[in-house]
Design a protein around this ligand. Structure first.
Ligand SMILES: [Zn+2]
Length: 247
């Protein structure tokens, strides 16, 4: 075989052998860089200092709202690890609305959040009992009362405020009456154009105030910086959680 022919043959083999690697190399580098960044930027939630927890959850919400969630700790391995006990870092009271799942909107996983849900994210006796458990037994350092835009329960309250003719079944009416009796709702001027939006916020603030008034030691835990209570509203349009008021 002629020398140049041999060379061409060798080059062909070489190219053939390398071509899949050449195609995969940039992809591999991108994957490694992204993987490396994820590991670098997102510490385990239990390693986050207490005072930075809310910011950490808001970062998770930003990932969700920007459409690149990481879905951390949602594996069977994680569940088995948690079978020995749970140590959630926050308690969240949110609406039952199917568009408001706290683990998804904060991009967290199994064992991270202690969640209480009902239509209208109201804080009544049973919710207070669950929160007492979260504070006293699980020692969560953060409570979030999370309302949301276009909430059906608040919408029913707003509608009824304008027009009493609609008849709801007994237990739905109890939810509406509960919201109607909240002093924060009573204090709202009725003629404002964004009454619905403000009614969502007032209901959240009622939850925050109720926890402070009702659960023993909450004030002293807040003063000692062992507990933080945050009111927030989640926007169904943007996917973002906006903080209303803290402590
Ligand atoms: Zn709702």
């Amino acid at each position: 075989m002629h020398g140049s022919q041999l060379m061409t043959y060798a080059m062909k083999r070489y190219t053939k052998k390398l071509s899949p690697l050449i195609w995969l190399l940039p992809l591999g580098i991108i994957a490694l860089l992204f993987g490396y960044n994820s590991i670098q930027e997102v510490p385990k939630i239990e390693e986050v200092p207490r005072e930075q927890l809310m910011d950490y959850l808001l970062e998770g919400n930003e990932r969700f709202a920007e459409d690149h969630p990481l879905h951390p700790d949602q594996t069977l391995d994680r569940l088995r690890e948690l079978n020995r006990g749970q140590h959630p870092v926050a308690a969240v009271v949110s609406c039952s609305d199917s568009r408001v799942p706290p683990e998804l909107i904060f991009d967290q996983g199994l064992g991270d959040l202690f969640v209480i849900r009902n239509a209208g994210n109201i804080v009544g006796d049973y919710e207070i009992g669950s929160l007492e458990y979260a504070i006293e037994v699980l020692e969560v350092p953060l409570i979030i009362i999370l309302g949301h835009t276009n909430c059906g329960a608040i919408g029913a309250f707003v509608d009824q405020d304008h027009d009493h003719s609609h008849v709801y079944s007994e237990y739905i009416q109890k939810i509406i009456d509960f919201i109607d009796a909240e002093e924060e709702e009573k204090a709202l001027p009725r003629d404002i154009p964004n009454f619905f939006e403000k009614a969502v916020e007032a209901n959240v603030l009622h939850g925050v105030h109720t926890i402070k008034k009702t659960i023993p030691n909450v004030d002293s835990l807040i003063q000692q910086k062992k507990l933080r209570i945050v009111g927030a509203v989640y926007d169904l349009e943007t996917g973002k959680v906006n903080i209303l008021k803290e402590d």
